[in-house]
Design a protein around this ligand. Structure first.
Ligand SMILES: C[C@H](CCC(=O)NCCS(=O)(=O)O)[C@H]1CC[C@H]2[C@@H]3CC[C@@H]4C[C@H](O)CC[C@]4(C)[C@H]3C[C@H](O)[C@]12C
Length: 324
């Protein structure tokens, strides 16, 4: 499971928690404008916008999990088990494989509005990267500073939803996720009035009583509600450090600690990494489960007119600042 969030202060921030029990050896990867993306069913994408993100690299190809391009458009793939359907080749459409989808959109669209237009003719075709890397059941969130959308590959084609809360987790389908929020409309950061039995003394014995009933479990629908509430009421200074810090606290509200989600065979799903892009500046910040220090990479520090991508191992060693 995973959670992705789009968030605004003075800048726009985008990112996600990647929750899983194993790693594919993912790295931070900066792809410059002239790196050639060979596409399976369409002409190669040889000139495109530059992007930075997290990808597994196989056969010299970055397979992006999440990324942001030089115009501030962000996109992340999240598990959509049991719902995602990738379809047969459609001669009249632009046939894009799921593993090409992020570079295809970020390489060519500056905004969500442009992505929406491009999506109208895309068919996500059922072709795997390789026998060792079969199709992953995914859905995607695409965000810019103005809006977010969610793209879900269903049996009858791509469903594109407006995402007014700028959050995505996993199942069920996004319309149902949004509907669930109705159940929580009474929750509030404020101490509630006693409307339960006016006249009977009901003690406000604790702070935070306005949030009583906010889910705290690890299911995807509960993480959706928790992340939306936390983001909706987030208060922070608008400068970069405060915003990035606050962003990681929002993701922290739905992070998964090792041991709490048993997936069998002695394995546990946990938050492998959390990342946060300043989409205006092309800066990528991340933390890993083992390393709580925030590490940053700036896409503009590499030659974005180049032909080869640059990859950086994620720093996984805990950095402790001994103060004496
Ligand atoms: C599993 C992850 C989602 C996290 C999540 O939701 N985990 C819940 C598991 S559970 O539902 O709780 O059991 C997703 C997100 C992005 C994906 C990669 C995308 C590129 C590439 C596509 C190829 O086709 C297959 C290999 C490939 C490297 C993909 C592997 C894997 O699929 C990634 C990491």
């Amino acid at each position: 499971m995973c959670t992705a969030v789009s968030f605004k202060t003075n800048s726009h921030y985008f990112g996600r928690n990647l929750d899983l029990e194993l790693s594919y050896g993912e790295k931070a990867v900066i792809v410059p404008r002239n790196f050639v993306f060979n596409l399976r069913k369409l002409p190669a994408l040889s000139e495109h916008y530059a992007m930075i993100g997290v990808a597994a690299v196989f056969a010299d190809t970055p397979l992006y999990y999440d990324a942001v391009n030089e115009y501030g458009l962000g996109m992340a793939g999240l598990n959509f088990e049991g719902n995602a359907v990738f379809r047969e080749f459609e001669p009249e459409m632009d046939n894009v494989t799921p593993f090409e989808f992020i570079p295809y959109i970020l390489g060519q669209c500056k905004t969500v509005a442009e992505a929406r237009e491009m999506l109208a003719n895309i068919n996500l075709v059922n072709e795997a990267f390789s026998p060792e890397l079969p199709l992953s059941p995914l859905h995607w969130i695409i965000s810019d500073k103005k809006e977010s959308i969610v793209v879900e590959p269903m049996a009858d084609g791509l469903k594109v939803y407006d995402d007014p809360v700028g959050v995505l987790t996993n199942n069920p389908t996004f319309d149902k996720q949004l509907f669930t929020l109705n159940n929580y409309r009474t929750l509030s950061p404020k101490t509630p009035e006693n409307t339960f039995y006016p006249g009977v003394e009901l003690d406000t014995y604790s702070r935070g009583m306005g949030t009583l009933g906010l889910p705290g479990d690890l299911t995807s629908s509960s993480r959706f509600v928790k992340a939306v509430f936390t983001k909706a009421h987030s208060v922070c200074q608008p400068d970069e450090n405060s915003s990035v810090g606050q962003y990681f606290h929002i993701l922290g509200s739905v992070e998964q600690q090792k041991g709490c989600c048993d997936v069998g065979n002695g394995k546990y799903e946990y938050t492998i990494y959390s990342d946060c892009y300043n989409t205006d500046k092309g800066i990528f910040y991340y933390k890993t489960y083992e390393n709580s220090q925030i590490t940053a990479l700036d896409m503009h520090k590499v030659d974005l007119d180049g032909h080869t991508f640059t990859s950086y191992d994620l720093l996984e060693t805990q950095q402790i600042n001994y103060a004496n």
